[in-house]
Design a binder for this molecule. Structure first.
Ligand SMILES: O=C(O)CCC(=O)C(=O)O
Ligand SMILES: [Fe+2]
Length: 311
């Protein structure tokens, strides 16, 4: 089971224990869930409502989308005696993205206001989690955030992906979302209360990220792996399609600015008198994203090699 950590302990007598649990979540799992994270249940309930409503309004366009077309062609081919081959280039999901300065859905009418409130809360939570990582890694407070903002010169990127994974009649033929590691920094996932499907790869085995009502799942992307010089590895994950149930999942990405330079934190490269070698290159995050968009579903190592060569 993915660790579930009581985040409120951080502000009390059990702070040391909470810090240790988060360190373990980062080092051993790459994924953990936060309970008592401080975001009001009442807000979370409103978020679920407006996102599900928004999906209902988009449902027709999903039925006419690329993945559904490819899937139907595959199934039709099978009935005619063709050999069923899994779809490897599409995901069985309906997605839209929320970002500052871009248009957002205006229906239902409460959508914008609710999601703005939610994203503000999540962003604060991400920054708190990053400070815990600073502390656990022995970095000065605010170090990761500073790296992500190019020393305060640029805004870090904060984007939210609202996804639905509609029921799929043949989950053997397509994934909800193909396996990948995340490109960026800290990811905060508000997943469905009941419908599972998200799995992480740990020690060669796929493990379910069990739904825990109103918790926030945290995971770390490729940039935290680089900054921590490999102490916090970004972990492979995927979403399985399911024949019944419509899974709602809202992923928010706290990433470096595209202009930020990312490298292993200097402090982690010198332990006492010994120099520790950097296991990752230094690069501009925007260059990394150029590679990532083409190689998202492939191993990360060649991505690091590609950006290293570009510097
Ligand atoms: O929808 C999910 O549960 C996971 C989404 C995800 O992994 C991603 O968007 O990178
Ligand atoms: Fe992901």
């Amino acid at each position: 089971m993915i660790p579930v950590i009581d985040f409120s302990k951080l502000d009390g007598e059990q702070r040391a224990e909470a810090l240790a649990q988060i360190a373990n979540g980062c080092e051993e799992w790459g994924f953990f869930q936060l309970a008592n994270h401080g975001i009001a249940e009442e807000l979370l309930e409103r978020v679920k409502k407006v996102c599900s409503e928004c999906y209902r309004l988009r449902e027709k366009s999903f039925r006419e989308s690329n993945p559904v077309r490819s899937f139907n062609e595959l199934v039709d081919g099978e009935t005619e005696g063709g050999v069923g081959k899994r779809l490897s280039d599409v995901d069985w999901e309906d997605v839209f993205v929320l970002q500052d300065g871009m248009p957002w859905p205006s229906n239902p009418p409460e959508f914008k206001e609710t999601m703005k409130e939610f994203r503000d809360e999540l962003k604060k939570l991400a920054e708190k989690v990053m400070e815990v990582m600073d502390e656990n890694l022995g970095l000065e407070n605010g170090c990761i955030r500073k790296a992500f903002s190019a020393n305060g010169k640029h805004q870090p990127f904060f984007g939210t992906k609202v996804s639905h994974y509609p029921p799929c009649p043949r989950p053997d033929l397509v994934d909800g979302l193909r396996a990948h590691t995340d490109a960026g920094g800290v990811i905060l996932l508000f997943q469905d209360d009941e419908v599972g499907g998200l799995q992480i790869l740990k020690d060669g085995q796929w493990i379910d990220v069990q739904p825990v009502k109103n918790s926030i799942v945290i995971n770390t992307g490729d940039q935290i792996e680089v900054l921590s010089n490999g102490r916090y590895k970004s972990v492979w994950h995927r979403v399985l399609a399911t024949p019944d149930g419509n899974r709602r999942s809202i992923a928010s990405f706290y990433n470096p600015s595209l202009k930020a330079t990312i490298a292993p934190a200097t402090k982690l490269l010198s332990a006492e008198s010994d120099r520790v070698p950097a296991s990752y290159p230094k690069f501009v995050f925007g260059d990394y994203m150029d590679v990532y968009v083409k190689q998202k579903f492939l191993p990360k190592q060649p991505r690091f090699e590609a950006v290293a060569a570009a510097m």
